[in-house]
Design a protein around this ligand. Sequence first.
Ligand code: ADP
Ligand code: MG
Length: 263
Amino acid sequence: MENLIEVKNLYKTYQENRGFLSPKTEPTKALEGINLEIKKGEILALVGESGCGKSTLGNCILKLIETTSGEILFKGENILKFDKKQTKEFRKKAQMIFQNPYSSLNPKMKIGEILEEPLIIHGFRDRKKRKQDVIESAQLCGLSEGDLKKYPHEFSGGQRQRVAIARALVLKPEFIVADEPISALDVSIAAQIINLLCELKDKLNLTFLFISHDLNIVRYISQRVAILNKGKIVEIGETQEVFDNPKDNYTKLLISSIPKINI
Ligand SMILES: Nc1ncnc2c1ncn2[C@@H]1O[C@H](COP(=O)(O)OP(=O)(O)O)[C@@H](O)[C@H]1O
Ligand SMILES: [Mg+2]
């Protein structure tokens, strides 16, 4: 399978403290020499404990934050060298689904406006076509045309995450980073969202970086998995193979601590 994304020797150091109350004064080395490939059409899961650098890597790959050094290739081209115009084109093709569907949607905008906004930003002038695209994207995610007139507060957490997914899809991207997209949801709702993502992947031929700390979900959803520990990838491979036969000690520890599901 061909690579959609290649990350080469990526480093990210945060110079500043995150907040006023943070006791740290040293810069944070969040990522130290990451190398990985994401193959076209796969779901690559990125796993690791809180604070190990998962979101940082997802944000670097989408160029949402600055990378300290290294290369990120999208279809063979280094996105870190892209000029403004190229970056804007890249943004159409690569989208993020955030963890929290409560804070990631503007409460003052109707769902229809939220879904249309990316199309407006990217200069799609044909109003009628925009409306069509919005309806299509909403329906793909299990939302109705009537839902477009509502506001985020009228929806449950699961429906809001559907809106966030529909917004990510409206520009017809090829690549999606989903950063813990279900961790704010109840278990049964989470399962529906996971199934929706799998369905969309097949229907739209998408490629995913799926960030999670839930290994049961990862085993279910991903073809390959990368294990991140303190800013370094300690193991990467076919999901089945890594779960059945983990090589790295940290991976072994993570897998041995998976809560068993009793059915
Ligand atoms: N904006 C920021 N400024 C400073 N430090 C940050 C910032 N974002 C994350 N960090 C630090 O970088 C490290 C990795 O964080 P993050 O990528 O959010 O981890 P994860 O998503 O795996 O929980 C942590 O030590 C975190 O405190
Ligand atoms: Mg995170």
